[in-house]
Design a protein around this ligand. Structure first.
Ligand code: APR
Length: 230
């Protein structure tokens, strides 16, 4: 049984846009309506933890109202022909709900909080459940299990190893402005095909195949291109 080609896919907010989740930097994006350093940074959390808890409570609540879109589903369907690894900057759970089996969250997960006194201790939180600085779970004070700006990205190293093993590398729906996530592309071996699906793509190196389309259309086109090539 020959092993399936390894398809590594790096996704950003754009893949969840057609599910109704706002991106960050498009018109009317999240950072247009919230001061990012107040609601998503380490300094902001030290300054006003209650504000950050309520910001993530609100974003978590939305998870109950959205569902995976066709792009998430096509990504799952590609698992029939490829060994698919999803590396996402997104904190929603739409890849998991679509059935993708290997999902690595670079920037954390809305559906989890973690103990302030033990970063490895996380707790699952349902969309309607709210947390505050006074919340205690098993006696632990908790915080959103989100990588804030000014914090390290602990999952980046395993992500670079996946990118370095890719037989095909795909970028979907990210503006490629936030590092280190945006740098994953540079860990892909020379000669490995790279595709970038985005209706308003950011500049990428020569040789990357840009599919200028929304995720649902772009993923359908990608599936066709991969069927011809593999
Ligand atoms: N389909 C595909 N891509 C889309 C769609 C769509 N329907 N709509 C918008 N996009 C693209 C935009 O053109 C843009 O390139 O999605 C990208 C969204 O970019 P950002 O809003 O910057 O989101 P992202 O790149 O995921 O942000 C990275 O920034 O604030 C931090 O931690 C946060 O993970 C986030 C990180």
């Amino acid at each position: 049984m020959t092993s399936k080609p390894k398809l590594v896919v790096s996704t950003g907010a754009g893949i969840s846009a057609e599910s109704g989740i706002k991106t960050f930097r498009d018109a009317d994006g999240l950072w247009e309506n919230y001061p990012v350093m107040d609601v998503a940074s380490a300094d902001g959390f030290r300054r006003n933890p209650a504000l950050i808890h309520s910001f993530y409570n609100q974003r978590r609540r939305q998870l109950a109202d959205v569902r995976p879109n066709r792009a998430h589903e096509i990504l799952r369907e590609l698992e029939e022909r490829f060994d698919v690894y999803v590396i996402t900057q997104n904190v929603d759970d739409l890849h998991e709900r679509a059935g993708s089996s290997k999902v690595l969250h670079l920037h954390g997960e809305l559906a989890k909080v973690r103990a302030l006194d033990d970063p490895d201790l996380t707790f699952k939180i349902e969309p309607g459940v709210e947390t505050t600085p006074e919340t205690r779970i098993d006696g632990h004070a908790v915080r959103p299990h989100i990588v804030f700006f000014q914090e390290a990205v602990p999952m980046f190293e395993p992500a670079t190893e996946l990118a370095a093993q890719a037989d095909v590398f795909v970028i979907v729906g990210t503006s490629l402005v936030v590092y280190p996530a945006a740098g994953l592309l540079h860990y892909v071996r020379r000669g490995v095909p790279v595709y970038y699906i985005d209706p308003n793509p950011s500049p990428v190196p020569e040789g990357v195949t840009v599919i200028r389309a929304k995720a649902t259309e772009g993923m359908a086109e990608l599936a066709r291109l991969l069927a011809e090539r593999f």
